[in-house]
Design a protein around this ligand. Structure first.
Ligand code: NCD
Length: 450
């Protein structure tokens, strides 16, 4: 039997497939109740370990509109999760009851783990502050409808860019579509380092300081960064010491403070949170911008602009239904929108006999350690950098041994280029490597115990 196709990240879709999903969503949007046979006889299960209004209800509405059925565990606290059942076991059970699983979970990487345990397509409806690909498809679809294209657009991200999974997924996808992003973070809530690194290394995006004078009151209290995938990077072309000037903006994407995810180091005086109201929207460069928000909002968008024709956040939320109809019909094999080749996740390797541990305490690998062996992905060869295949965050180590030669190397050693990932053994430092019987390779620093 062919492995099912999952939607864990927008990286699981090619750009052509995303555009085909937008075309199909547009057809559904034009006649929402005209498709009662597309998923007749199919069942989708919604498993939500975190609160949701839009994502769960729009998925359920989408499935019902396609003639399918829905079973739901909207509050996993009243399911066997409260008896201590692991996510892996719950998924193994529920995939016997349904043709697709829609999962929201508080741990980063939960959807990737679920996909490994499921015989039916898994759709990531949000995993911690990691990703939210179907919200991104909804956001891209809204831009595509409103602007007629995505390539080359200037999209402003404002607010909590650190913990907003909607921002992270949207940033990766915009970069792939070669759109530009202007970041106006709430001070202390910038894009996480691993997201910026991924944007740079996987999508060729260059972050630059930006001159935001044309953004007026919206950017008044924040350092603004311009992220562009356009090559040659405009940095080499501009001479203004203030930074690249932000021109006419196509969309402003506001996000609420994700207080439920704040760590010990996140302090926020909510009265000072970025605000978008009439005064901010009056900025010259926002004249033609659409205002977007994944919702729910708190005070970051003033209701005084709800009737402004540029405010599209409620339309955007309504588009959650047709885009999710397109996603469900495609993943259930009821349309031929998805190509036959499954891109699948990038390869990863088990980190056996090794001191490698994902340092992200919100990663699923810590709560489901009975089911998840530590694995790693190669981010780069020289210097050697690796990430967690579940939460995508970089994993720290000191030296790397080769299990065939039993030598260990510094991470920037060129010799590591020749070592197959299967043979890599990671250690905190040379002392640990020597204690495990590895010898320092030429050029690797000899450890000084103590
Ligand atoms: C978002 C989420 O859950 O990440 N909501 C949604 O799905 N529309 C945004 C948020 O909660 O702030």
């Amino acid at each position: 039997m062919q492995a099912p196709r999952h939607l864990i990240s927008t990286d699981d879709l090619s750009l052509q497939e995303m555009e085909a999903l937008f075309e199909s969503a547009r057809a559904y949007e034009q006649d929402l109740s005209g498709w009662p046979d597309v998923c007749r006889g199919r069942i989708a299960a919604t498993l939500f370990y975190e609160p949701s209004t839009r994502t769960r209800l729009s998925f359920e509405s989408a499935m019902l509109r396609l003639g399918g059925g829905v079973i739901t565990a909207a509050d996993m606290n009243v399911s066997s999760a409260s008896k201590g059942e692991s996510l892996a076991d719950t998924v193994r059970v529920v995939c016997g009851y349904a043709d697709a699983l829609i999962l929201r979970h508080q741990s980063e990487g939960a959807a990737r783990l679920a996909a490994e345990c499921s015989s039916v397509p898994v759709i990531n409806a949000g995993d911690g502050s990691h990703e939210h690909p179907t919200q991104t498809l909804c956001d891209l679809y809204s831009l595509w409808i409103e602007r007629g294209r995505i390539e080359g657009l200037d999209v402003v991200f404002a607010g909590d860019l650190r913990y907003s999974r909607t921002v992270h997924s949207f940033a990766y996808a915009l970069a792939r579509f070669r759109a530009n992003i202007v970041c106006i973070p709430q001070p202390g809530f910038d894009l996480p380092k691993y997201v910026v690194q991924r944007l740079r290394e996987e999508y060729g995006v260059e972050p630059m300081k930006a001159d935001a004078s044309r953004l007026g009151h919206l950017a008044a209290s924040s350092d603004v960064v311009y992220l562009t995938p356009q090559k040659p990077h405009q940095l080499s072309l501009f001479t203004d010491p203030q930074g690249l000037s932000v021109g006419n903006v196509d969309a402003v994407y506001m996000t609420r403070p994700q207080t439920e995810r704040f760590g010990a180091d996140s302090e926020l005086d909510e009265t000072k949170y970025l605000q978008l109201g009439k005064r901010q929207l009056a900025a010259e460069s926002l004249r033609d911008a659409v205002v977007m928000h994944p919702l729910p909002r708190r005070d970051e968008i003033s209701s005084e602009i709800d009737t402004d024709p540029r405010s599209i956040y409620f339309k955007q939320a309504a588009r959650g239904v047709p885009i999710r109809m397109a996603i469900l019909a495609a993943l259930l094999g009821r349309t031929d929108v998805l190509g036959s080749s499954t891109p699948g996740p990038e390869p990863s390797w088990p980190a056996q006999k090794s001191g490698l541990v994902c340092g992200n305490q919100s990663c699923i690998c810590h709560t489901e350690d009975r089911h998840v062996g530590v694995r790693f992905r190669l981010v780069s060869r020289v210097p050697l950098r690796v990430s967690c295949p579940y939460c995508s965050q970089e994993i720290e180590f000191g030296v790397v041994g080769c299990s065939t030669t039993e030598h260990f190397h510094a991470p920037d050693s060129r010799d590591l280029r020749k070592v197959h990932p299967e043979h890599m053994v990671f250690f905190r430092d040379g002392v640990h490597a020597q204690a495990a019987g590895f010898k320092a390779a030429r050029g690797a620093s000899t450890p000084h115990p103590g």
